[in-house]
Ligand binder design. Structure first.
Ligand code: X8Z
Ligand code: ZN
Length: 640
């Protein structure tokens, strides 16, 4: 879906200046949603720019109505999963998919017409508006929408029910014990994630990992069919396959985009390799070289996160210097009994301190901040503007952890973007590219420094010497640097699946090959093609493209450097907080207000003066740690 909700299957695929094939294939008779469009008077033989504008005005109104309907049912289905709400979500998705395919076909009459830039750009964005375009055939279109909704629900409802004799089964049976299952004796993703975050028991960690991954084999057949139908939809509007469509949203040809990603990856890979080497050595001290051999991948259940995507939860195992002031914000949140609402207020305060508006009253009435006790929901965090009119919300299952405090800033970043461009034409109501959208809240979170946290009572002391600063850098690197290869590989896997390079019979093997090659992690237990491990990551069954998060990890340091400069910060980037700085706020707001109305390099220029993605800001931020890691790794066998 291309939603005003981020992190749903939603999409926000951005615009591209270069042309990419419009559909020349005949499209079947218009679906009901498009019937109104078909009833407009026949276009003149030679359409003009004014005709294109009129077409867009109508399309804008139609899209708004359809997107609002789709997002209303999407919100309800994700905050109350039942067969009925799943069917409503599928219907909303189906209607919009039908409309967009038809509208793209209708817009083909403007091909070759000289158009003003804003008109040409909206027509191009229309082609990218549907993350998963539907086949023209009504039955297959309906099938695709149902599969998408079913995969999303299945993921949301996923649970692991341990047998009483297993390590987690025994734990679950102890009432009141940490990790004890509630009610049915089954464990949700939150509970299994808590085990991965806190347990230091090999068997428990392995069981939590395999337990969650057992939800995914049931999705394998559905996913294979989704690939067929999604490709059919993408081809019907002129793309080679669904992956080609996803790579087309970056104002450059897909091949140039891939090359740019590789350039960025090569710039940050040396830092990842040093971090991996250091962390592996620390884990070897904890678990032994028999389990983690030199030169090999790290078993992925040992990194504190279900997907080994961020490693900050094992900070205690890898802390550079003991005896420094605690950086444990989670402990403080628990100690001070900071409620989920208060955590969100902390986030909002950061945005308003920059001169941005407070969140609307309805945000507090309509958001889902905690996991409801009485129904199934999709807990994966997301941000919404359900009725496309400043109806801002977030959907989370907040726990008192630092991770969730950072995620709150992340989600509010999406909401503030929605708010900033709410008056633009609907097709421009998206990020300059999807990496921008993912990077805004994270940019502000980079300003949530220990000094800032101390000022709001969430830390007792901020680092004031080199050792403490290295500890803080390590903490940040376990989040920001550890994530980079993961951010890249999910879509590398999907692009190969969509293009057919990876056949259905190789889904899981291809996944683990990429996990080993890029992340240097291995599966906790033997895997086979009976498994479907990519399906255990939200964004795969949820149809959310993922390379956006890789981009966001690069952009956010670029944005941070630019905003710190605007704020007049002197000193190293890792000590900069733009909290309370209106000049930085203005710069940010100006960029957000552009939405997708301009190619993303122009938005990048508006905020940073630079017109390309540049990993040098990230490298500058982590320069002290890079030197330190390099020293620590002397004499070690690095690599995997
Ligand atoms: O999905 C998200 C956000 C919602 S857009 C919570 N993120 C990725 C993930 O959780 O895998 C943020 C970081 C990466
Ligand atoms: Zn996000």
């Amino acid at each position: 879906m291309r939603l005003r909700s981020i992190a749903l299957s939603a999409a926000l695929l951005p615009a591209l200046a270069s042309a990419c094939g419009a559909s020349t294939q005949p499209v079947a008779s218009p679906p009901p949603a498009a019937a109104a469009a078909a009833a407009t008077p026949p276009a003149p033989a030679r359409p003009t720019a004014d005709d294109a504008r009129a077409f867009l005005a109508k399309t804008d109104a139609d899209l708004r109505a359809l997107w609002i309907a789709r997002d209303r049912s999407g919100w309800v289905s994700q905050t109350y999963i039942t067969d009925d709400t799943e069917a409503l979500a599928a219907a909303g998705e189906e209607a919009i998919a039908a409309y967009v395919t038809q509208a793209i076909h209708d817009a083909a009459r403007f091909d070759g017409v000289k158009l003003p830039d804003d008109v040409a750009r909206q027509l191009w964005l229309l082609k990218l508006a549907q993350t998963v375009p539907a086949p023209v055939d009504a039955a297959r279109r309906s099938e695709l929408a149902q599969i998408e909704a079913a995969m999303q629900s299945a993921y949301g409802k996923g649970k692991y029910c341990p047998a009483p004799t297993t390590p987690l089964g025994k734990r679950a049976a102890k009432p009141g014990a940490k990790g004890a299952a509630k009610g049915d004796g089954c464990l949700t993703l939150d509970e299994l994630s808590r085990v991965l975050r806190t347990s230091k028991d090999w068997d428990e960690l392995t069981e939590a990992w395999t337990g969650w991954h057992a939800i995914a084999p049931a999705l394998r057949e559905k996913y294979a069919r989704y690939v067929e139908l999604g490709n059919e939809g993408a081809r019907a509007i002129g793309f080679d396959d669904l992956g080609a469509l996803w790579r087309s949203g970056y104002d450059m040809p897909p091949a140039a985009f891939e090359a740019d990603l590789e350039r960025l990856w090569q710039e940050v890979k040396p830092l990842y390799d040093e971090l991996h080497c250091y962390v592996r050595a620390k884990l070897q001290e904890r678990w032994g070289k028999a389990r983690i051999p030199d030169g090999g991948p790290i078993p992925s259940q040992l990194l504190g996160n279900m997907w080994a995507q961020e490693w900050n939860n094992i900070y205690d195992l890898v802390e550079p210097y003991r005896g420094q002031p605690s950086l444990d914000v989670g402990k403080k949140l628990v100690e001070k009994k900071v409620s989920p609402v208060d955590m969100v207020r902390h986030g909002e305060r950061f945005f308003t301190s920059l001169g941005l508006d407070p969140l609307p009253k309805t945000f507090w009435e309509r958001s889902q901040l905690t996991r409801p006790r009485d129904r199934e929901v999709v807990c994966h965090a997301s941000a919404w503007d359900v009725t496309w009119s400043d109806d801002l919300r977030i959907k989370m299952c907040i726990e008192p952890t630092e991770e969730d405090l950072v995620t709150i800033h992340h989600e509010l970043g999406h909401d503030y973007y929605f708010h900033a461009y709410t008056k633009l034409p609907a097709l421009f109501q998206t990020g300059a590219n999807d990496g921008f959208h993912e990077g805004i809240g994270d940019t502000l979170a980079l300003s949530v420094t220990p000094a800032y946290l101390k000022s709001v009572g969430l830390l007792d002391a901020a680092p004031d010497d080199r050792k403490a600063a290295i500890n803080q850098q390590m903490k940040m690197a376990l989040d920001k640097i550890a994530f980079l290869p993961f951010g890249l590989l999910i879509d590398k896997w999907r692009w190969d699946v969509f293009s057919g390079k990876t056949a259905k019979g190789d889904y899981n093997a291809a996944w683990w090959e990429l996990r080993r090659k890029y992340q240097g992690v291995s599966a906790p237990t033997a895997r086979s093609e009976a498994d479907f491990d990519p399906g255990a990551k939200y964004h795969v069954p949820g149809s959310t493209p993922y390379v956006r998060y890789f981009l966001a990890r690069i952009y956010q340091f670029q944005f941070h450097r630019a905003l710190c400069k605007a704020a007049g910060h002197e000193g190293s980037l890792d000590t900069c907080s733009i909290y309370g700085n209106k000049a930085a706020g203005e710069k940010l707001a100006a960029m957000l207000a552009l939405g997708a109305s301009k190619p993303w390099p122009e938005a990048m220029k508006a905020i940073s003066g630079e017109d390309h993605a540049d990993a040098s800001a990230l490298r500058e931020y982590f320069a002290p740690l890079a030197t330190w890691l390099h020293e620590q790794n002397q004499g070690k066998t690095c690599g995997f």
